[in-house]
Design a protein around this ligand. Structure first.
Ligand SMILES: C[S@@+](CC[C@H](N)C(=O)[O-])C[C@H]1O[C@@H](n2cnc3c(N)ncnc32)[C@H](O)[C@@H]1O
Length: 304
């Protein structure tokens, strides 16, 4: 992550620094915790493309400035949503922008503290804030519905590594003097840490399985058992609520490759498994339950 001021021309940096110093000491205070610096329009569009925003989305911009992100999401990508900002002048600009672009039926702007905003309706969150504000928000973002997409202009969330990070040249930055913008993108991961158990029928006989998963945000590691024997889990991928993993195991005398995909829903994962070997081939429904005897304790990582 590049520090906020690195690509700022000196005169403008002084103005931004003054605004930052004037900001309230706590990001949760009634004063804006972040100065107003608009995201250049080309970066707005790139952010929305990276987040794959579409007509099915509900987008919330935290600290919405003149409303350009929410208005562009509605006008060019067909989304609905709202923006919040502490500054009433910004809210007026946002409403005016929506009116000019003909999207008042799909967007709204509220004068509200972003820390006191209900985010539960969002499928996409956008933000151009500051590193410490992102970190203060992080636990609330991680608690959103798995699969919620988050895109941040210029600032990361430290050890919650982004799923995508791009740096773009931005001629429109700093009022047209030009610079670079970082775009960070995350998908809120489901909580999968713990021991999951399930049963499959292989060559007509039931076989017990288990997988014990550890989790650091979207990065999952773990070990498994098939018919009481240890197996090495491979290709574990967690994308929002979608979990995939695979292993090879000998069960009921057959050497079998197992490939699982499932959707995590609280204490249950449900999906399909493909089982293949020289004399056994097939796909079947699969569901696993978390917990029970010998269950691993949930790793703290995902809470951030
Ligand atoms: C860097 S600007 C980004 C504006 C817009 N999202 C964009 O990218 O063009 C940050 C905005 O956040 C607003 N802001 C700062 N602290 C806030 C808070 N605690 N609650 C709501 N808005 C806040 C500021 O007034 C400012 O308009």
């Amino acid at each position: 992550m590049r520090p906020f001021m690195d690509s700022v021309p000196p005169a403008r940096a002084a103005i931004v620094a003054a605004a930052l110093i004037a900001a309230a000491p706590s990001a949760r205070g009634a004063e804006p915790s972040v100065p107003y610096v608009p995201t250049p329009q080309d970066v707005v569009e790139r952010m929305l493309k990276i987040a794959r925003v579409g007509p099915q989305d509900y987008l919330i911009d935290l600290g919405s400035g003149d409303g350009r992100i929410v208005v562009t999401a509605a006008k060019q990508f067909g989304a609905r949503g709202f923006g919040v900002d502490l500054n009433p002048e910004r809210i007026r600009e946002g409403n005016e922008n929506a009116r000019r672009q003909g999207v008042t039926d799909r967007v709204a702007f509220y004068q509200r503290n972003l820390f006191e905003t209900d985010l539960s309706e969002a499928t996409v969150i956008t933000m151009y804030l500051l590193p410490r504000v992102n970190m203060e928000l992080r636990p609330k973002l991680l608690a959103l519905k798995p699969g919620t997409r988050i895109v941040s202009h210029d600032f990361s969330m430290e050890d919650w590594k982004p799923d995508t990070h791009v740096t773009v040249d931005t001629p429109g930055k700093w009022g047209g003097t030009g610079g670079k913008s970082d775009i960070y993108f995350w998908v809120v991961p489901a909580r999968v840490a713990g021991t999951w158990r399930w049963e499959l029928t292989i060559a007509g006989k039931p076989v017990s399985y288990q997988a014990t998963l550890e989790q650091r945000f979207q990065v999952v590691t773990g070990q498994g058992q098939a018919g009481g024997r240890a197996v090495k889990l491979q290709n574990i991928r967690l994308a929002g609520g979608e979990l995939r993993f695979a292993f090879a195991a000998e069960v009921n005398g057959h050497d079998l490759r197992h490939e699982f995909t499932g959707r995590v829903d609280g204490e249950r994962i449900a999906g399909t498994v493909s089982v293949s070997g020289p004399r056994v081939q097939g796909e079947q429904e699969w569901s696993a339950q978390r917990g029970g005897k010998g269950a691993a304790r949930a790793a703290p990582g995902v809470a951030g």
